[in-house]
Design a protein around this ligand. Structure first.
Ligand code: PNS
Length: 163
Protein backbone atom coordinates (compact mmCIF):
# COMPACT_ATOMS: atom_id res chain seq x y z
CA UNK A 1 0.00 0.00 0.00
CA UNK A 2 1.08 3.54 -0.79
CA UNK A 3 2.47 4.98 2.43
CA UNK A 4 0.48 8.17 1.82
CA UNK A 5 -2.70 6.25 2.56
CA UNK A 6 -1.63 5.16 6.03
CA UNK A 7 -1.49 7.17 9.24
CA UNK A 8 -0.48 6.38 12.79
CA UNK A 9 -2.78 7.52 15.61
CA UNK A 10 -0.59 7.31 18.74
CA UNK A 11 -1.84 7.60 22.29
CA UNK A 12 -2.00 6.22 25.79
CA UNK A 13 -5.60 4.95 25.46
CA UNK A 14 -5.87 4.48 29.22
CA UNK A 15 -8.70 3.82 28.51
CA UNK A 16 -10.16 4.23 25.02
CA UNK A 17 -13.01 6.77 25.02
CA UNK A 18 -15.78 7.62 22.56
CA UNK A 19 -13.71 10.70 21.71
CA UNK A 20 -10.84 8.52 20.43
CA UNK A 21 -13.34 6.43 18.44
CA UNK A 22 -14.77 9.59 16.89
CA UNK A 23 -11.27 10.65 15.75
CA UNK A 24 -10.52 7.18 14.32
CA UNK A 25 -13.80 7.19 12.37
CA UNK A 26 -13.03 10.63 10.95
CA UNK A 27 -9.52 9.48 10.09
CA UNK A 28 -10.92 6.54 8.11
CA UNK A 29 -12.67 9.01 5.80
CA UNK A 30 -9.26 10.32 4.70
CA UNK A 31 -6.85 7.40 5.18
CA UNK A 32 -7.11 3.91 3.77
CA UNK A 33 -5.58 2.43 6.89
CA UNK A 34 -4.90 3.69 10.41
CA UNK A 35 -2.45 2.14 12.82
CA UNK A 36 -3.64 2.84 16.36
CA UNK A 37 -0.35 2.77 18.27
CA UNK A 38 -0.61 2.32 22.04
CA UNK A 39 2.25 3.84 24.00
CA UNK A 40 4.09 1.76 26.55
CA UNK A 41 5.97 4.14 28.79
CA UNK A 42 7.74 2.18 31.56
CA UNK A 43 8.04 5.38 33.61
CA UNK A 44 4.26 5.79 33.74
CA UNK A 45 1.65 3.98 35.83
CA UNK A 46 -1.44 3.04 33.86
CA UNK A 47 -4.85 1.90 35.09
CA UNK A 48 -5.04 -0.60 32.21
CA UNK A 49 -1.88 -2.44 31.26
CA UNK A 50 -0.64 -2.55 27.67
CA UNK A 51 -2.38 -5.88 26.94
CA UNK A 52 -5.71 -4.58 28.24
CA UNK A 53 -5.47 -1.29 26.34
CA UNK A 54 -4.72 -3.14 23.09
CA UNK A 55 -7.37 -5.77 23.72
CA UNK A 56 -10.05 -3.09 24.19
CA UNK A 57 -9.09 -1.46 20.88
CA UNK A 58 -9.02 -4.81 19.05
CA UNK A 59 -12.42 -5.72 20.41
CA UNK A 60 -14.02 -2.37 19.49
CA UNK A 61 -12.56 -2.44 15.96
CA UNK A 62 -12.76 -6.21 15.36
CA UNK A 63 -15.00 -5.70 12.29
CA UNK A 64 -12.82 -2.97 10.76
CA UNK A 65 -9.97 -4.40 8.72
CA UNK A 66 -8.60 -0.91 7.99
CA UNK A 67 -7.66 -0.44 11.65
CA UNK A 68 -4.47 -2.05 12.90
CA UNK A 69 -3.82 -2.08 16.64
CA UNK A 70 -0.17 -2.00 17.62
CA UNK A 71 2.05 -0.67 20.41
CA UNK A 72 5.32 1.19 20.69
CA UNK A 73 7.92 2.17 23.21
CA UNK A 74 10.39 5.04 22.89
CA UNK A 75 10.23 7.83 20.37
CA UNK A 76 7.20 8.08 18.12
CA UNK A 77 9.35 9.16 15.16
CA UNK A 78 11.45 5.98 15.49
CA UNK A 79 8.28 3.88 15.48
CA UNK A 80 7.06 5.75 12.37
CA UNK A 81 10.39 5.04 10.71
CA UNK A 82 10.10 1.31 11.44
CA UNK A 83 6.55 1.29 10.05
CA UNK A 84 7.54 3.47 7.07
CA UNK A 85 4.65 5.83 7.82
CA UNK A 86 5.03 9.62 7.59
CA UNK A 87 1.70 10.84 8.92
CA UNK A 88 0.53 11.20 12.50
CA UNK A 89 -3.12 11.71 13.41
CA UNK A 90 -4.12 13.52 16.58
CA UNK A 91 -7.37 14.98 17.90
CA UNK A 92 -7.82 18.62 18.87
CA UNK A 93 -10.65 18.99 21.36
CA UNK A 94 -10.19 22.58 22.41
CA UNK A 95 -7.77 25.48 22.40
CA UNK A 96 -6.27 23.99 25.57
CA UNK A 97 -5.00 21.02 23.52
CA UNK A 98 -3.41 23.25 20.95
CA UNK A 99 -0.28 24.30 22.79
CA UNK A 100 0.98 20.83 23.66
CA UNK A 101 -0.12 19.33 20.33
CA UNK A 102 1.56 22.14 18.38
CA UNK A 103 4.75 21.60 20.38
CA UNK A 104 4.71 17.83 19.80
CA UNK A 105 4.00 18.20 16.08
CA UNK A 106 6.86 20.67 15.64
CA UNK A 107 9.24 18.63 17.77
CA UNK A 108 8.48 15.44 15.83
CA UNK A 109 9.07 17.33 12.57
CA UNK A 110 12.29 18.79 13.93
CA UNK A 111 13.61 15.29 14.75
CA UNK A 112 12.31 13.84 11.49
CA UNK A 113 11.39 16.43 8.82
CA UNK A 114 9.33 14.03 6.72
CA UNK A 115 6.72 13.66 9.50
CA UNK A 116 3.45 15.55 9.09
CA UNK A 117 0.75 15.75 11.77
CA UNK A 118 -2.91 15.93 10.77
CA UNK A 119 -5.42 17.11 13.37
CA UNK A 120 -9.03 16.05 13.46
CA UNK A 121 -11.65 17.91 15.47
CA UNK A 122 -14.01 15.57 17.31
CA UNK A 123 -17.75 16.07 17.66
CA UNK A 124 -18.41 18.94 20.08
CA UNK A 125 -20.16 16.44 22.34
CA UNK A 126 -16.71 14.99 23.08
CA UNK A 127 -14.83 18.27 23.48
CA UNK A 128 -14.81 17.90 27.28
CA UNK A 129 -13.95 14.20 27.31
CA UNK A 130 -10.61 12.73 28.35
CA UNK A 131 -9.36 9.35 29.63
CA UNK A 132 -8.12 11.08 32.76
CA UNK A 133 -11.55 12.51 33.63
CA UNK A 134 -13.30 9.23 32.81
CA UNK A 135 -11.08 7.45 35.34
CA UNK A 136 -11.56 10.14 37.96
CA UNK A 137 -15.35 10.26 37.57
CA UNK A 138 -15.61 6.48 37.72
CA UNK A 139 -13.38 6.18 40.77
CA UNK A 140 -15.49 8.78 42.56
CA UNK A 141 -18.68 6.81 41.90
CA UNK A 142 -19.91 8.63 38.77
CA UNK A 143 -21.42 7.20 35.59
CA UNK A 144 -19.32 7.08 32.40
CA UNK A 145 -21.32 4.70 30.19
CA UNK A 146 -22.16 7.44 27.66
CA UNK A 147 -18.48 8.40 27.34
CA UNK A 148 -16.77 5.07 26.69
CA UNK A 149 -17.49 1.91 24.67
CA UNK A 150 -19.35 -0.86 26.55
CA UNK A 151 -16.24 -2.99 26.97
CA UNK A 152 -14.47 -0.14 28.81
CA UNK A 153 -17.45 0.40 31.11
CA UNK A 154 -17.44 -3.34 31.85
CA UNK A 155 -13.70 -3.41 32.51
CA UNK A 156 -13.92 -0.39 34.81
CA UNK A 157 -16.61 -2.25 36.78
CA UNK A 158 -14.31 -5.29 37.04
CA UNK A 159 -11.34 -3.19 38.12
CA UNK A 160 -13.22 -1.37 40.83
CA UNK A 161 -15.53 -4.31 41.68
CA UNK A 162 -18.57 -2.12 41.29
CA UNK A 163 -21.99 -3.62 40.38
O1 PNS B 1 -2.83 9.92 24.59
P1 PNS B 1 -1.67 10.83 24.91
O2 PNS B 1 -1.08 10.45 26.25
O3 PNS B 1 -2.05 12.28 24.82
O4 PNS B 1 -0.53 10.56 23.80
C1 PNS B 1 0.72 11.19 23.85
C2 PNS B 1 1.72 10.55 22.87
C3 PNS B 1 1.75 9.05 23.05
C4 PNS B 1 1.30 10.85 21.44
C5 PNS B 1 3.13 11.17 23.13
O5 PNS B 1 3.37 11.18 24.49
C6 PNS B 1 4.26 10.44 22.41
O6 PNS B 1 4.35 10.47 21.21
N1 PNS B 1 5.09 9.73 23.19
C7 PNS B 1 6.21 8.94 22.69
C8 PNS B 1 7.56 9.52 23.10
C9 PNS B 1 7.95 10.64 22.18
O7 PNS B 1 8.09 10.48 20.98
N2 PNS B 1 8.11 11.84 22.76
C10 PNS B 1 8.43 13.05 22.04
C11 PNS B 1 7.17 13.72 21.56
S1 PNS B 1 7.50 15.27 20.83
Amino acid sequence: MNEKNIAVYPGSYDPLTNGHIDIIERGLKIFERIIVAVLKNPAKTYLFDLEERQQILKSVFSGEKRIIVDHFEGLLVDYLGRKKVNTVVRGLRAISDFEIEFQMALMNRKIEPRIETIFFVPSESYSFLSSKLVKEIYQLGGEVSSMVPQIVDRKLKEKFRRR
